[in-house]
Design a protein around this ligand. Structure first.
Ligand code: NAD
Length: 349
């Protein structure tokens, strides 16, 4: 299994995306986000996505350096057509627009349609937190890829419908909650399958509606399904959250909600930005958040735990470790990256 330093992996990834038609800037942006996902421990949204994205480009489903068109705009909102460009490019530009609007309007919101996969969501709210704002990002599958069963269902009708919220703090890094509303992101099931490992019980049902630990059961025809957050017994909560996220990301953005005959998959994206200083002085907000989180973290750990972590903390620790020790890529993922790069005449050793 190759172990690569982050900058080495990022440079390789950048060469590949350039080979597949992206500008220097776009190839660099996508590669930085993918490698950051690996650094933060989310291998499911790291360079494992290179073959998927290159396959999308080959099929004409993803367009390098696509234009980003404003479809509808008010002082506080904008709806963008990403023309099936890379989600990382559209998502970054959209968050920048949302932050600029929130600067003037206090609260702003952006919707994106015709957008390829945006990757790890946490990247975008972190931009808002770095600018002293609260950022929220949620996505659907642009109508396609319904692999999460509604609570009580044995067939997929939703996607993993993730939501990420970024909040600035004074101590340490920002709070970054970044969660799928299914028990697991699809990419995590894919990683288990690539590594030949079982999934935990309570993640999946097979196409007969029977709970299973075999990740391959998700990829059969007809497919199995991932369970909503809360699993076999409390899944009504994840299901409810996913339903709302699907509607905001699909119906409000013009991307469309999950339906039986999708033509393309991608992410319908909904972003919300709150300018904290329009509500309360930023220093007061940060003081309150720091005092609250210190209180939360002071809770006595339960058996099997050594401390209370904040959302985002585990990722920043993982990032420090992986920056120092390198990123391990499993053999199956590395061989898929090499062969998809070869399809564009890019050699990866
Ligand atoms: P996960 O289950 O690993 O949960 C991650 C979140 O939980 C983070 O906010 C993390 O800081 C927090 N966390 C983890 N352990 C913690 C602990 N001990 N104490 C406190 N907080 C803790 O993530 P997931 O749901 O599997 O999602 C993984 C990634 O997949 C996310 O980055 C998400 O954006 C991405 N995703 C993207 C799409 C897409 O279509 N673009 C779809 C689904 C998921």
């Amino acid at each position: 299994m190759p172990t690569l330093q982050a900058d080495e992996l990022e440079a390789t990834s950048k060469r590949i995306f350039q080979g597949a038609g992206s500008s220097d800037e776009e190839a660099g942006l996508i590669s930085r986000y993918l490698v950051t996902a690996n650094l933060m421990g989310h291998d499911s949204h790291g360079v494992i996505r290179i073959p998927q994205y290159l396959g999308d480009v080959k099929k004409g489903n993803c367009v390098p350096d696509a234009a980003l068109d404003v479809v509808q705009e008010t002082p506080a909102t904008v709806v963008l057509n990403a023309n099936w460009g890379y989600g990382q490019t559209a998502g970054t530009r959209a968050m920048e627009m949302a932050m600029d609007k929130a600067e003037n309007q206090a609260v702003s919101s952006v919707g994106i349609h015709n957008c390829n996969h945006i990757g790890r969501l946490g990247e975008y709210p972190a931009m808002a937190a770095a600018r002293g704002m609260v950022g929220i990002t949620m996505v659907n599958g642009h109508g396609a890829g319904a692999i999460v069963a509604p609570f009580g269902g044995a067939e997929g009708r939703m996607v993993t419908n993730p939501i990420s919220v970024g909040i600035p703090t004074g101590q340490g890094g920002p709070i970054i909650l970044d969660i799928a509303t299914s028990v697991a992101a699809e990419g995590k099931v894919r990683v288990k399958r690539n590594q030949g490992q079982p999934t935990p019980m309570g993640w999946l049902v097979n196409n007969q509606g029977v709970p299973t630990t075999d990740p391959n059961d998700l990829y059969t025809t007809p497919r199995g399904a991932i369970l909503p957050l809360g699993g076999l017994t409390e899944g009504h909560k994840g299901y409810g959250l996913a339903l709302i996220i699907e509607i905001l990301s699909g119906a409000l953005t013009r991307a469309g909600c999950a339906h039986p005959d999708p033509t393309r998959s991608g992410n319908g994206v909904f972003m919300l930005v709150l300018n904290i200083s329009a509500f309360t002085p930023l220093e007061d907000f940060i003081r309150e958040v720091d005092s609250f989180t210190a209180y939360v973290k002071s809770a006595k750990p339960m058996e099997g735990f050594s401390e209370i972590l904040l959302p985002g903390e585990i990722e920043s620790r993982q990032e420090r470790t992986r920056r120092a020790n390198g990123i391990v890529i499993d053999d199956e993922t590395w061989s898929q990256i090499k062969s998809s790069a070869a399809g564009y005449g890019v050699t990866v050793n």
